[in-house]
Ligand binder design. Structure first.
Ligand SMILES: [Fe+2]
Ligand SMILES: [Fe+2]
Length: 154
């Protein structure tokens, strides 16, 4: 299973995107990278001996906020291309958001929540996100570039 790889450096563990997770749709790849960036910030904060709970909560809020934004981009894209798997895909996004919020409310350790999220992202990106790529490319090939300006990577 391709994955976000854990790497040790002087900051401790970081998460990076395996090239196989790239979809070659610029806006989506950029948003996935931004999600990983927030995950790394949160993870960095958890490596500190006495960590700042306010900072952790702030980063978690940022993560949820950005995930909502990203899922909105994908939902918009599905609408524009008339993606056949839209309902199923959007439902998965929604279920994830609910799960994350519930885990936080149950006071599950943040590192566990991060592990769960990274594992979800691995599976979702390589199995579900990849499914819409062909339909997006076929759409672009018909020169019907979606209004959101979603274009293939150069
Ligand atoms: Fe995605
Ligand atoms: Fe998705």
């Amino acid at each position: 299973m391709p994955s976000l790889v854990h790497v040790n450096d002087d900051r401790g563990m970081i998460f990076i995107i395996d090239p196989i997770m790239k979809l070659d749709i610029d806006v989506i790849d950029r948003e996935h990278a931004k999600l990983i960036e927030i995950i790394n910030k949160l993870n960095d904060q958890l490596q500190v001996k006495v960590y700042d709970q306010t900072e952790i909560d702030d980063l978690f809020d940022q993560l949820i906020h950005y995930a909502v934004e990203h899922f909105f981009t994908e939902a918009l894209l599905f609408k524009e291309i008339g993606y056949t798997g839209a309902d199923k895909h959007n439902a998965q996004h929604e279920a994830l958001l609910i799960e994350l919020i519930e885990l936080k409310a149950k006071k599950v350790k943040m590192i566990e929540i991060l592990r769960f999220l990274v594992s979800w992202l691995n599976t979702h990106t390589v199995s579900e996100d990849k499914l819409y790529v062909e339909e997006v490319k076929a759409h672009i090939a018909k020169k019907m570039v979606p209004k959101a300006g979603i274009e293939p990577a150069a």
